[in-house]
Design a protein around this ligand. Structure first.
Ligand SMILES: Cc1cc2nc3c(=O)[nH]c(=O)nc-3n(C[C@H](O)[C@H](O)[C@H](O)COP(=O)(O)O)c2cc1C
Length: 291
């Protein structure tokens, strides 16, 4: 990491350095950064720390983070990988870079880490944004509306479409099994959700089941999307699921037929939810922002 920053710093006089935690990127945070940069974007660097302290979970994976910054028009952004093998050297080096900047802006959640760097500079704090623990508990409840209200866009899972068991086809609801690109991404509570799906830049409507599919006796948790009015082969493609509403818990049905009748109801409920929520969304660069 330090190399990237080094190259950058060699050529530029950094006046504004933002040191941002990898917890959650909210629209509020992006607006706050933009406001503080003002017209000085060429004298700015944004460092986003990663893998600190060995985070087991991520809320936004790397490609999402980069996309969110670029959507907000924020350039000069760089990830900083926390080096757990040599934490002291890493911290020393990082402190040197941060010291070179005129103004330092800090995520409140990085306060303790920043203090441990012993930098002789008082940072300004970025707007407090949602607490990671609170968000994590909302994810575990599947409370996607509350999450969107807090972050400013629909919670997203990106991943590759992999082969499933092919049973979906038999009940006329074929599904795309999505394998998250980052295994540490926090997965929502099991259940059925209405979603907007982005495939190669195009938006589609759909519904997703997250769970173990007890009706067919599967045990591994899978994320399966049925995409409306869509029958292309997308195995191997990367798609994103943007969660609008949680419709119900996953259930064990006594036959595939009963499951099918329930999925027909889910489809109607999804269409209603999507049509009503999409009016209040702005679709940009693969995200569904709340207007
Ligand atoms: C909208 C939707 C809701 C679903 N709900 C349930 C459910 O409540 N219980 C369950 O066992 N499986 C549920 N499933 C999963 C189906 O059992 C699964 O899609 C089907 O078996 C096909 O899996 P396959 O593509 O891996 O063959 C749901 C799937 C979808 C698309």
């Amino acid at each position: 990491m330090i190399k990237t920053i080094n190259n950058y710093l060699e050529n530029k006089k950094i006046e504004y350095l933002f040191f941002v935690s990898d917890s959650v990127i909210t629209v509020k945070l992006l607006l706050d950064i933009n406001k503080r940069i003002g017209i000085h974007s060429d004298k700015t660097i944004i460092l986003q720390i990663k893998n600190y302290p060995n985070n087991k979970y991520v809320f936004n994976e790397d490609s999402e983070v980069s996309n969110l910054y670029s959507t907000a028009g924020i350039k000069n952004f760089s990830f900083v990988n926390f080096d757990t093998n040599k934490p002291d050297d890493f911290k020393k080096e990082l402190a040197e870079y941060i010291n070179k900047a005129k103004n330092v802006f800090l995520s409140p959640s990085l306060k303790d880490f920043f203090d441990s760097l012993n930098i002789d500079k008082k940072p300004e704090y970025l707007s407090e944004y949602i607490n990671y623990e609170r968000l994590f508990s909302l994810l575990k409840q599947g409370a996607v509306k509350e999450i969107a209200d807090n972050i400013g866009y629909l919670y997203q899972i990106r991943g590759k479409v992999v082969k499933g068991d092919g049973i979906g086809r038999k009940i006329k609801y074929p599904t795309a099994n999505v394998e998250p690109s980052d295994k540490r991404k926090v997965i929502l509570a099991n259940g059925v959700y209405a979603v907007n799906v982005n495939i190669k830049g195009n938006w589609h409507k759909g519904m997703v089941n997250i769970g173990t599919k007890p009706t067919i006796g599967n045990n591994k948790i899978t994320i399966e999307a049925n995409i409306f009015d869509f029958n292309k082969n997308i195995y191997g493609d990367n798609i994103s699921l943007n969660f609008i509403k949680r419709l119900r818990d996953e259930e064990q049905f006594d036959s595939l037929n009963s499951l099918k009748s329930q999925i027909e109801k889910d489809e109607k409920a999804s269409i209603n939810a999507i049509n009503s929520v999409n009016k209040s969304l702005e679709f940009a660069d693969g995200f569904c922002f709340i207007k």
